[in-house]
Design a binder for this molecule. Structure first.
Ligand SMILES: [Zn+2]
Length: 355
């Protein structure tokens, strides 16, 4: 009977969601199929739980689901006129406000890929990224103040108003003029690290990786990592996240491994996260499908987003809340509805709490 009801719900969903892109439908069908498959398995019980006390802190009425999806947002510019790759300060504020009201809370990209998710229980993590290191991402005015309509200024402003919306974002920088005020590079990069935000690698020359040789790719990644690491040498901080220029990968699979690790100028590099451009929410770091070498990002815009922009997914998750990641608030425990268990791929010594 349960199965019939489930199939009925799936059918209704499919009928009512024709306007969504196939990508969204595909995910739902997949989830639906898998849910149907495991209807038969009613014998799932919790394995021995090492620390029963932790369970008491987890409120199951908030429907924690740490196998659910996480949006990684991709921004480029902040500017006075809204364009395909430009968000106005007003719209950026609206984005933050919308995320905040709908229960999303920023986490760092590093915490996402390492599965160190400390988001308050009942809330959904979100990762914010900016590419290209333009002046409008981070500008100091002549007065010495940060331009409050640059990305950094806007993020700080929102965090000051809402302390429970952590100041977390990754700025992917290419070339040797990050943020375009050359006398202030060290000051800016230091500020980002000191305030708990992150800097990532967007390559030396921002060339597409499609047709580059292994040697050239290692140069593009290695040289940029070395340039940024040198500026930040006083910090215990390593540039080890990479956003692919134009989201493009080498055509030759043999060369792809150099995205993750390689060597340039007698120095090795290693990346713990490789970011694509488009089109889906990311998988939970605790499930088998999660791949830190190919992390999808969602366009944080409302222009030419082909129905797979940030607001499309916010709307989608509003209607399908069981598909998004909802934190249990206890970092050492991974809490999931029991039907999600087969998707899990637990790293480290985390405990699983099924309900
Ligand atoms: Zn770029």
């Amino acid at each position: 009977m349960k199965r019939i009801i489930l199939l009925f719900i799936i059918s209704i969903f499919l009928l009512t969601s024709c306007s969504n892109l196939s990508d969204i439908d595909e995910n739902s069908i997949e989830t639906g199929k898998l849910q149907a498959q495991i209807e038969n398995d009613s014998e799932i019980t919790n394995d021995e739980f090492l620390n029963e006390d932790l369970k008491e802190n987890i409120d199951l009425s908030l429907k924690p689901n740490e196998a659910g999806k996480i949006m990684i947002l991709m921004y480029h510019n902040i500017g006075s006129e809204e364009k395909e790759w430009v968000r106005t300060p007003l719209n950026f504020r609206k984005d933050m406000e919308t995320l905040y009201k709908k229960g999303y809370r920023p986490i760092s990209l590093r915490d996402y890929v390492s599965g160190n998710i400390t988001t308050e229980q009942g809330y959904t993590p979100v990762v914010i990224t900016f590419d290209d290191g333009n002046l409008n991402n981070f500008e100091y005015l002549e007065s010495g103040d940060i331009n409050d309509e640059s990305a950094v200024g806007l993020l700080i402003e929102f965090n000051e108003k809402h302390k429970d919306f952590p100041l977390e974002a990754t700025f992917f920088l290419n070339g040797e003029q990050p943020f375009r005020q050359n006398s202030l590079i060290l000051k800016k990069l230091s500020f980002i690290i000191d305030s708990g935000m992150d800097i990532g690698n967007h390559t030396k020359d921002h060339n597409s990786f499609k047709n580059l040789s292994a040697q050239e790719i290692q140069k593009q990644i290695g040289a940029q990592a070395q340039y940024l690491n040198k500026i930040l040498y006083v910090y215990d901080y390593e540039i080890n996240t990479l956003a692919l220029p134009f989201g493009e990968r080498p055509k030759d699979d043999e060369i792809t491994k150099y995205l993750t690790s390689g060597r340039y100028n007698d120095t090795n590099y290693e990346n713990i996260a490789i970011m694509n451009v488009g089109w889906n929410p990311g998988y939970s770091p605790y499930i088998k499908k999660f791949d830190n070498t190919s992390i999808p990002r969602i366009r944080a815009s409302e222009m030419k987003v082909d129905n797979v922009g940030m607001y499309n997914y916010i709307y989608y998750f509003d209607r399908n809340p069981d598909e998004k990641f909802i934190s249990d608030g206890v970092p050492g425990v991974i809490t999931i509805p029991e039907e999600k268990e087969e998707f899990l791929n637990i790293l480290g010594d985390k405990e699983i709490y099924k309900y």
